[in-house]
Design a protein around this ligand. Sequence first.
Ligand code: MCA
Ligand code: AMP
Length: 499
Amino acid sequence: MYDDNHLAHRLARAGRAAAVFATRPGLPDMTYGELFQGAERIAAALRAAGLAPGDRVAVQVEKSLEAVQLYLGTVIAGGVFLPLNPAYTVREVAYFLSDATPRVVVCDPAREAEIAPLSDGASVFTLAADGTGNLSSAAAAQAPGIAAVPRGAGDLAAILYTSGTTGRSKGAMLSHGNLASNSETLRDVWRFTDRDVLIHALPIFHTHGLFVATNVALLAGAAVHFLPKFDADAIIAALPASTALMGVPTFYTRLLDHPGLTREAAAHMRLFVSGSAPLLVDTHAQWEARTGHRILERYGMTETNMNTSNPYEGERRPGTVGFPLPGVELRIMDGEREVAQGEIGVIEVRGPNVFQGYWQMPEKTAEELRPDGWFITGDQGYLDADGYVTIVGRAKDMVISGGFNVYPKEVETLIDAVPGVRESAVIGAPHPDLGEAVVAVVVRDDDSVTAARITEALSEELARFKQPRYIAFLPELPRNTMGKVQKKALREDYGAVFG
Ligand code: MCA
Ligand code: AMP
């Protein structure tokens, strides 16, 4: 029924066991059988709506088990899953829909009136956080048991957009082979089995929550505490009955602020994984002192899924992201030259995890993906004598706020369009909760332009997490002799604005 390269096949093969997939407060548990039957009904509904293999299904919905079923149903139907952050504004969604030309769009019922006009002939379904909506009624009218559309390892399973450093967001094309190989590797290296209970508090529109947490749990047949979002109380309450947690560094710093985080509370846990942004050495040390557990830090990207991981057994070295995963090659380059061990350069990776290129952007793909398969990550790092990888910075101009990426260029363009603004520079400054937060330094022609006016102008345009948390005004931006804005100097000057 399923081709062996088929992501859904691999997930379903492991997940057919009757284990409970999820628990939601106030709602009954869902078994794997129910999860996949619902996914198959959705697959049939998508097909009835005209979805053909290779067609995109764009999805902007709140986190729910039905949203997981929609992901699985899409790949069973041979479609390409395209998840979007519910925080994106209508303006942001309009771009993704026009670029990806989906056959099906699924949105929250509250957004239908705004999204439907943008769908350009696509079938539009609704799905609310509580699982209601006309997608569910369309699925209920279908029978489960649909045969999965055969897919090869190179066929697309998903497109995830990552912002471009110079403007338009790029759709990273991920194949069945990319996703299946990486989740199998992670299941094995992190030792996930059907005895695990994973606390899932990440969003499911990005790699971390969808392809790492969800896929690994499904492949292992693990039970999952499926929380709608990060909630320190709920996680602390779930710890004694769980074995694993995956989170961004903000999860760990927020949990450290919770008095319920004790050695006893964490005694049943076997694994805490951190990624998406750098985990401070201090957070690592505090966590170990409080719980007795050493957080396992790993490193990945939308384009590659996971590349490196600290060891499950062996030393988890704070400040490093561990070793290349089995099957993943990693090298440190200075342009075309591989640097010596210990020297800093740009990290490149190659392996079955590396994506298929950017959707309809062959020039961008060629800039970052070499013909021999090496992907130029844009992260700067080095290898130590023991083979651990340390990330020291980014060649790309990017801010990571609470695990979400913000591209300064996108924010600067919108600020510069505010009447009375001459120019702006957007940087990331250290933030005690979010790791980094967005700061805008603005030069104005008109002194009546205030921070409040800029914030108001951005509110309809940009998702909240991209909006500056601090806005400063300068008579002019610092520039080098070439006329380039010196962001390094600005990062020093505004490095302490969040305390
Ligand atoms: C929410 N807000 C944010 C963020 N999240 N602002 C800046 N950065 C953020 N990350 C805004 C809200 O809109 C709200 O705005 C205000 O901050 C307070 O929200 P709060 O309730 O405190 O936030 P939260 O809902 O608790 O969310 C914080 C969070 C969340 C738990 C850190 O952002 C999160 O789950 N982040 C995980 C991101 C993630 O999964 N990244 C993986 C990407 P207002 O004040 O206006 O109401 S995949 C990846 O990077 C690669 C592949 C990898 O290696 O994993
Ligand atoms: P994205 O393209 O949104 O998936 O973000 C990927 C980027 O997050 C990487 O290129 C890194 O810059 C960063 N990242 C992910 N994991 C880590 C980590 N453990 N330490 C430092 N940076 C990380």
